[in-house]
Design a protein around this ligand. Sequence first.
Ligand code: HEM
Length: 562
Amino acid sequence: QVLYDAYFGTPLKNERSTFLNFINATSSCVIRVKPCNQHEGRRVDGTCANPKYPSRGGNTLRTSLNGSDLPSTRLLRTKLLSDGHPTDHNFNNLASHFGVFATIDNIDLTGILRYTPVSDCCVGNTPNRVNPQCISIPVAADDPYLRRTGVRCMNLTRMPTFQERGCISNAIPAERYNLVTPLLDLSVVYGFTNERERQIREYKDGLLISEKRNVAEYPPGTARDCIGNKRPIENICYEFGDTMGGNINSGVTLVTLWFFREHNRLAHKLAEINPCWTDQQLFETARYINIAEWQHLFYYELMADLLGRENAMRTGIIYDTQGYVNDFDENYEPGVYHEYIVGSRWFHTFQDGRSDLYSSRGYYLGSRTAVDDALRSGILELNNTEADLTQGAFRQPSHKFDYVIDPDMAERIAGELHTALDLSAVDIARGRDQGLQPYNQYRKLCGLPYAHKFEDFHDVIFPDKVEQMRRIYYDVNDVDLMAAIYSEKLIDGGFVGPTLFCIIVQNMLQWRRNEIRSCKAIPSMDLTKWTDERCSHKDNKQNDYEKEHMQYSSSPYESWES
Ligand code: HEM
């Protein structure tokens, strides 16, 4: 195994190793990577997606140019976006479920759990300035929705950073620390560490451990919440690879269950086709196919529709071909940009706060409020709820793509845990927390003219919103990326503004130019293509798959260079 620096992504140098040892930060700042082998597939821990970068997958808040704090993000949100319930005629609720699922595949939830259950960031109803973890959001006395409630502060804490763990200096802008593999690799289903993978595997026939109830397959789960406290059955926590992620809300849990079941379906089918395959072969192959299905769905269905199919083809995110595309480029370092994760919060605008229940014949049966169903996966097994929510996901239109946010998302995203919490205000604050540059810098990067005055934003932002920005911000270079993403006009044929389009394209290219495995034979999921001729020879039961595929050479460079 070779030790890599978790922050820099390069092999660990002696000097750095001594330093990390000295500050007792080796376990959190170092990743162990088994040398990459040219023939092996995707690893659960995300390493070796690109063998050239095996380990991949000033920390204070920016101030205004006049030296004071940037304006309240709640103020910005209420001036730029309003609360309401318009519905969409292009997407259904299923699209938003897959959208959150994609997010959970890439980030961990430790940051959110820092302030949602308990927080002292608004003690006395004013922002706590003493605790450096607190970045609570001030609420103006004339807030349009909260003026009568007395709420003047919303709890918020900083995301975990490399700085906090001692890996890098506070002089460097905030670098978020993330435990989850920053790849589209179904880590929600399979986990993101080898240890977790071992816990959830049956080690028989390539299967994930499952229990059958009401004719459906579920991962094991007890009446305990995901933090381990004993709870009523509604709070059952399914033992997915990423427990917290997979149980975070009912939409994500539905999708995670589908991919979980798909794995076992694939493993069963592959075992029928290739009776001589080992558990390891069946597991790995089922996992690769499952991930390929997910990536296909994400690129060719969800994102192609959100960005516009023509736009996605023009930029090389997808191709109009029946065969496979190999555009792997070793110069693309696998991972996610902070801008991608922050910017994708734009999709909160198409999330409806209600999850409708429908019968299989299309009768509306009622609605659940999504924010109250966080970490309550057990509801799915009560009263046919899973089936009814599944019908609802297909039949319920999504919230409209516009400048209106569902009231549950805008006012009470933490359900009963907080009196008031505005997700879009948090979204804008996160850009500051994660050290993002002002919007103007991204305009430059994305080929829009650098703005010298607020009116220069008129090219892509409606004048009334620019006027709000002009009144709230001191300088054109103070404007937050996320405030602008929430204000930009949509591009032709797509449902995002130009700057977010540019950021998403960059990130999706980054992912897809990871290594491609040959998959020309799977357009209609014909699993006989995995037939192993060796299985038909009785004397060849013990095949040498493991020998061929799992051998690691002694140096990571040796195998990569060869
Ligand atoms: C009922 C549905 C949803 C709920 C309850 C929800 C809630 C949340 C919450 C609480 C956060 C973290 C707030 C923080 O930074 O402290 C968040 C972040 C985020 N959400 Fe959503 N969201 C939902 C739907 C969606 C959808 C539909 C998408 C995309 C299609 C999405 C994408 C994101 C992204 C990219 C982040 C940033 C994650 C991070 O930085 O850790 N969410 N959401």
